[in-house]
Design a binder for this molecule. Structure first.
Ligand SMILES: Nc1nc2c(ncn2[C@@H]2O[C@H](COP(=O)(O)OP(=O)(O)OP(=O)(O)O)[C@@H](O)[C@H]2O)c(=O)[nH]1
Ligand SMILES: [Mg+2]
Length: 238
């Protein structure tokens, strides 16, 4: 058997154990996961209290891979960097591509590389704010690792959460990923400049988001053309 094949089998075994395939440790794994989530939520609460005490507004952006989270943050930074002292924390498994893109718009950035983890958690954010002088900032954004699944397990202690999808993912993308829409104040449907070409059913996407969360504010944007960025900023009360 080739080395590559052996590695592939080992990887599948690891994944199986994560998916609780081994009955003898199933309860233990479930309990541990619950404990981790509870600890995360406690820390998230503490982060929120500390940021509020310093008068810092905080927003985290989660969403589908490549849906335009960084492009939206670039546009927001352009518009708000004179009004607020902004820190943007970017999460990706590797590279500081996103942080470098955003930093060009006169805001400070920190890139966190999560390695094999598919989402940021409160511990990542706590490490950052613990090592920063919070008197230097008015507004903190967090861009999470791109995906619509893992970030729903971890609150980050921000005031508001935005979930971003784009019309290139198809009109079923919201219907298939209820959790993040349930826990967000704002849903962004991006890349509307491509609507004529793709013919995506945006009305269905809006309806699905509202079904999951009647209070969610749905904003249609084109980060590429800068369309409705002002509406998004207004929805975030900035
Ligand atoms: N046509 C169009 N393209 C866009 C728009 N917003 C972003 N893009 C493009 O989509 C691609 C991905 O955009 P990013 O901003 O990197 O998306 P992201 O969600 O930050 O991606 P990850 O962080 O990798 O998950 C880039 O090529 C962008 O130029 C938009 O509104 N319209
Ligand atoms: Mg990005």
């Amino acid at each position: 058997m080739s080395e590559k094949r052996k590695q592939e089998i080992q990887r599948i075994k690891e994944l199986e154990s994560i998916n609780l395939a081994r009955e003898d440790i199933r309860d233990f794994v479930i309990e541990t996961k619950k404990e981790v989530e509870k600890d995360n939520d406690l820390l998230a609460e503490q982060i929120n209290v500390e940021l509020n005490k310093k008068g810092i507004k905080s927003i985290d952006i989660v969403g589908a891979i490549g849906s335009g989270k960084t492009a939206l943050l670039e546009k927001i930074a352009e518009k708000l960097s004179k009004k607020y002292r902004i820190l943007v924390i970017c999460g990706d498994i590797t590279t500081r591509v996103d942080a470098d893109r955003i930093e060009k718009h006169n805001v400070e950035t920190i890139q966190i590389n999560t390695g094999r983890e598919c989402a940021l958690n409160a511990y990542h954010i706590y490490q950052v704010i613990k090592n920063k002088d919070l008197n230097d900032y008015d507004l903190i954004f967090v861009e999470n690792v791109g995906n619509l699944i893992c970030p729903s397990d971890f609150r980050l202690g921000t005031d508001k959460r935005i979930t971003v999808v784009s019309i290139t993912e198809g009109e079923w993308v919201i219907e298939k990923h209820p959790m993040l829409f349930k826990m967000s104040e704002v849903a962004v449907i991006n890349k509307i400049d491509l609507l004529e070409r793709l013919g995506t059913d945006i009305e269905k996407m809006i309806k699905d988001a509202k079904n999951f969360n009647p209070n969610i504010n749905v904003i249609l944007t084109s980060a590429k053309e800068g369309k409705n960025i002002d509406k998004l900023i207004e929805a975030l009360e900035l």
